[in-house]
Design a protein around this ligand. Structure first.
Ligand code: AOF
Ligand code: ZN
Length: 362
């Protein structure tokens, strides 16, 4: 059984891991705390970016830099220590070499490449215990774990609407439906995502910038415009150099007006570009989490393709009575086919409500 001290250390490790959200793709976020045999924290670390040291190695280095002897100590880590030599060496072996005699982890490593760390540790005589605060740690790594399971990026669809579900007024104006608090929260979602995806209609209507503001050190997400006919203007704000940008367009689109812009050509479907092909392209580029920011037609295509894993709606206490709905055609023709969701969180942000929901398994 894990001790209360180890549970506290795991909470700390989960918090450390969360700081790296949005910076580690295609890798998970991982945090680690090294405890002395008496339960005193000796060093802590997190995996900061792919190619960099794993959390365990950073924590061991921190303990050693502080002059601590970790022999006989315990490593508390949010993910089962890896067993492979990838861009860095295997953490299981690093812990064994350092003289760690107990390892408590939250979630098993689900990848074929890295799995097996717990068995390696046990074979070397290290006590191992998995599953401590597993739900909390898995929630912190939800995007990465989902991407490993599905072989495509995790997709979060975010929208802002009035209480009657409209995302713009009848004349097309939409600045600002939700409060500054809600908009700041969206910047956090962007900072945590590897890519931000919008459709060309949103680009035409709002000329959004889509870069992250107010998060020092955040890795800028890849800005992706789904633009079947390559209608983006060369001066669009999304094309500036604040963050990388990818224009996804149809096989036959003319992109002569976009020299130097990163363009990918994808197959078309009846309603637009092939969403599965888009997600496969992004996955191949290392994207593990996508923030889908609209508009209504693109969100409908993603939902119709079964490619939304979480919905975050910002609802402002305002009514419009006319104007475009937050969601366009998602292939639902009758009430029995409604896309049913389960609400996982409700929060108040300034005057607004933020509702988080996940599709129910059908
Ligand atoms: C750990 N601790 O901090 C991380 C782990 O790209 P590489 O070579 O660094 O390996 C990445 C894989 O290792 C990743 O897919 C996941 O299975 C595991 N990540 N493991 O013990 C860490 N980041
Ligand atoms: Zn590792």
């Amino acid at each position: 059984m894990a001790t209360a001290t180890e549970a506290d250390a795991m909470r700390r490790a989960i918090a450390l891991a969360a700081r790296a959200l949005g910076a580690t793709s295609p890798n998970p976020v991982v945090g680690c705390v090294i405890l002395s045999p008496e339960g005193t924290p000796l060093g802590e670390g997190r995996h900061r970016r792919a190619g960099g040291p794993h959390a365990e190695v950073e924590a061991l280095a921190a303990a050693s830099a502080a002059g601590h002897d970790v022999r006989g100590g315990t490593a508390v880590v949010t993910l089962e220590p890896c067993n492979h030599t990838g861009r860095t060496g295997p953490c299981a072996q690093a812990l064994i070499d350092a003289g760690i005699t107990r390892v408590v982890y939250a979630v098993a490593d689900p990848t074929d490449t890295a799995t097996g760390g717990a068995a390696t540790l046990a074979a070397a005589g290290v006590t191992t215990e998995g599953g401590l605060l597993a739900d909390e740690a898995a929630a912190g790594n939800a995007a990465w774990l989902t991407s490993v399971r599905l072989g495509r990026p995790f997709v979060l669809w975010k929208y802002a609407a009035t209480l009657d579900g409209r995302s713009a007024a009848a004349d097309g104006t939409s600045r600002w439906i939700t409060s500054a608090a809600s908009r700041a929260d969206v910047h956090r979602l962007r900072a945590e995502a590897d890519a931000v995806v919008v459709g060309s209609g949103t680009l035409r209507a709002d000329d959004p910038h889509l870069a992250v503001r107010g998060h020092d050190g955040a890795v800028q997400p890849l800005r992706v415009v789904v633009d079947t006919h390559a209608s983006v203007r060369p001066g669009a704000r999304v094309l500036d150099d604040a963050a990388p940008t990818l224009i996804a367009t149809g096989k036959d689109a003319d992109t002569g007006h976009l020299p130097g812009v990163d363009v990918v050509r994808l197959p078309r479907t009846r309603t637009g570009l092939d969403i599965d092909a888009l997600l496969a392209e992004l996955y191949g580029r290392g994207v593990r989490s996508v923030l889908l920011e609209g508009g209504p037609a693109l969100a409908g295509s993603f939902l119709a393709a079964g490619a939304v894993d979480r919905v975050v709606g910002y609802l402002a206490p305002a009514l419009l009575g006319a104007g475009p709905a937050a969601l366009g055609d998602a292939g639902v023709g009758t009430i029995a086919a409604a896309l049913r969701l389960e609400v996982t969180d409700v929060a108040r942000l300034g005057p607004d409500l933020r509702i988080t929901a996940v599709p129910t398994a059908s």
